[in-house]
Design a protein around this ligand. Structure first.
Ligand code: UD1
Length: 434
C-alpha cells in the first residue's frame, strides 16, 4: 500500500486550486437516473469515490462519456455526460455499494424511475454505525414498500410514489438527498421538514430545477417539491469543495504560511473561517478565491462543536483538532454528528499531541511542537489531519493507508508540493524493499 512521507516545518506559500466538491458531485451523478436525457456535469473532481459511483451507475444502464479534463472555466475539472436512456437493471450489488456509503442514493431515484430497486446496505468510512433508517422511513412515507433481506433493501412502488409530508426526526444529508430526488417524480406535492441545509443539497436542488423539477425553499430546512411526470437533461457545474477549502485553510494556518485558495467560495466555509479567525488566522475573501495566512502570531485555543450546516462541519473536525494541537491553551472539540469520529486522536498523540477524550468531547491542550512519527490513516478526514500535523511537525511523518485520502482529495500531494511542502508519495512497490 502507498504511503506518504512528510518532512515538516515549511510555511506553505502560493496558490492552490480548489476542486469540485465530492459530496455535491456524487448526488448530482445519481440524478442522471431520473431522466432519459443527457446530464452534463462539469468541474467534477478526479477521485476514487467518483469512479466507484460511475461503475455503479454504468451497471444500472447509465452511459458515461468523459469529455476531457479542462472545462470552460479553464481549470482542471472533469466533464462527464451521463445518459440513462433506459435502465438495464435496478440492483446495486454489495460489491460496489460496500466501497462507498453514498451508493445508497440510487435507491430513491430507482424507485421513482422504475418502481423498484434492490440496494445492498452500504459501507463507507468506519466512523460510527451510520444507519439508513431515515432514508427508508422517508421513502416509505412516499408510498414505497420496503423489506430487508440478506443484507439488501428490497424496495417496490407498484403504484408509483405519492407526494407526502416527510418530517426527518434527525438532520441527514443523504436522506434529504435521497427523498428529494425521489419526490421530484412523485405524484403530487412532497414537503420535506427538518431537511438538511448543507450547500451540496442546494447544488443538487438547483441542478434538479435545471432538469425541470419544481422545488421551493432551496437553502432552507423546508423543501416543497411539486412532482412532475418527467425530467429533462441539463448542464450543471459542481460547486467548489468546501471541505478541501477548509483543509487547505488549516494547512496555511498550521504551517504559519500564506495560501490563496483559488475558486474557493467563502460563503459555505463561514463556520470554519470564523473559528480560524478567532484562533488568530487572517482570512480574506479575494476575487476568485480566499487568502489564508498566519504571520508569526500564535494559535489561540478555540472550542468547537460540530453541527449540521450552517454549524461547524464534522468533516472539518479532525483538521481543526490538528490545528488546536499547536494552540496556546486548551480547546474542547465536541463531535455531535458521528459517535466514533476521534480515530485520529491516538495517531496525533503518537506525534506528541496532548488530547484527552471523554465521551463525545476531546480536550486538546496545545503543545509548542509535534514530532514526526509513523501514523496510520483510519478514515478520509482523519487521515488528512495527520498530513496537516505532519506539515507542521519537526522531522518526518510517514502516513500509511493513504487510500483513504484518494477517496476525497484530488492531487493532494502535488497541490501541497507546489506551495513548498516537502511531501512525497511512496508507491507500494517501494515498500517491498523497505
Ligand atoms: C454526508 C457526507 C459526509 C458528512 C455527513 C455529515 C456525503 C457523501 N457525505 O454523509 O461527508 O460527514 O453528511 O455532514 O455527502 N443517520 C441516521 N439514520 C440515517 C442516516 C443518517 O441515524 O438513515 C445519522 C448518521 O449516523 C449521523 C447523522 O445521521 O449520525 C448524519 O448523517 P448524514 O447527514 O446522513 O451523513 P451522510 O449523508 O452519510
Amino acid at each position: 500500500m502507498d504511503r506518504i512521507r512528510i518532512t515538516g516545518g515549511v510555511p506553505l506559500e502560493g496558490d492552490i486550486p480548489i476542486s469540485g466538491a465530492k459530496n455535491a458531485a456524487l448526488p448530482l451523478m445519481v440524478a442522471s437516473l431520473l431522466t432519459d436525457e443527457p446530464l452534463r456535469l462539469s468541474n467534477l473532481p478526479h477521485l476514487v469515490d467518483i469512479s466507484t459511483l460511475a461503475n455503479l451507475l454504468t451497471s444500472l444502464g447509465v452511459d458515461i462519456v468523459m469529455e476531457g479534463d479542462a472545462d470552460d472555466g479553464g481549470h482542471i475539472g472533469r466533464v462527464l455526460t451521463l445518459t440513462c436512456g433506459a435502465l438495464s437493471g435496478t440492483t446495486a450489488p454489495y460489491d460496489l455499494v460496500r466501497r462507498m456509503r453514498a451508493s445508497i442514493l440510487v435507491l430513491g431515484p430507482l424507485l421513482a424511475r422504475a418502481g423498484r430497486a434492490r440496494v445492498s446496505l452500504p459501507g463507507g468510512c468506519a466512523i460510527g454505525t451510520r444507519p439508513v433508517d431515515l432514508h427508508l422511513a422517508g421513502l416509505t412515507e412516499l408510498g414505497a414498500e420496503l423489506d430487508l433481506t440478506d443484507g439488501y433493501i428490497e424496495a417496490r412502488a407498484p403504484r408509483g410514489l405519492k407526494g407526502s409530508v416527510v418530517r426527518f426526526p434527525k438532520v441527514s444529508v443523504g436522506a434529504t438527498e435521497n427523498v428529494l430526488m425521489a419526490a421530484t417524480l412523485a405524484e403530487g406535492e412532497t414537503v420535506l421538514e427538518n431537511a438538511a441545509r448543507e450547500p451540496e443539497i442546494g447544488d443538487l436542488a438547483n441542478c434538479l430545477v435545471a432538469m425541470g423539477a419544481r422545488i421551493d425553499g432551496v437553502g432552507t430546512d423546508r423543501l416543497v417539491v411539486a412532482g412532475v411526470p418527467r425530467l429533462s437533461g441539463a448542464r450543471y457545474r459542481v460547486m467548489p469543495d468546501r471541505v478541501e477549502t477548509g483543509t487547505f485553510a488549516v494547512a496555511a494556518a498550521i504551517t504559519g504560511g500564506d495560501l490563496t485558495l483559488r475558486h474557493a467560495d467563502a460563503g459555505p466555509v463561514g463556520a470554519v473561517t470564523e473559528v480560524m479567525e478567532r484562533a488568530g488566522v487572517e482570512v480574506t475573501a479575494e476575487t476568485g478565491g480566499l487568502r489564508v495566512r498566519r504571520d508569526g502570531a500564535g494559535i489561540a485555543a478555540v472550542d468547537v462543536t460540530t453541527q449540521p450546516y450552517p454549524g461547524f462541519p464534522t468533516d472539518m473536525q479532525a483538521q481543526v483538532m490538528a490545528l488546536m494541537a499547536f494552540g496556546d491553551g486548551a480547546a474542547v472539540i465536541t463531535e455531535t454528528i458521528f459517535e466514533n469520529r476521534f480515530m485520529h486522536v491516538p495517531e496525533l498523540a503518537r506525534m506528541g499531541a496532548d488530547i484527552t477524550v471523554t465521551g463525545s468531547a476531546a480536550t486538546v491542550r496545545g503543545v509548542p511542537e509535534l514530532k514526526g512519527a509513523p501514523v496510520m490513516a483510519t478514515d478520509l478526514r482523519a487521515s488528512v489531519s495527520l498530513v496537516l500535523a505532519g506539515l507542521a511537525a519537526t522531522g518526518d511523518t510517514l502516513v500509511s493507508r493513504v487510500y483513504h485520502l484518494d477517496r476525497g482529495y484530488e492531487r493532494l500531494v502535488p497541490k501541497l508540493v507546489a506551495c513548498g511542502a516537502r511531501i512525497e508519495r511512496i508507491p507500494a512497490r517501494g515498500e517491498a524493499g523497505a
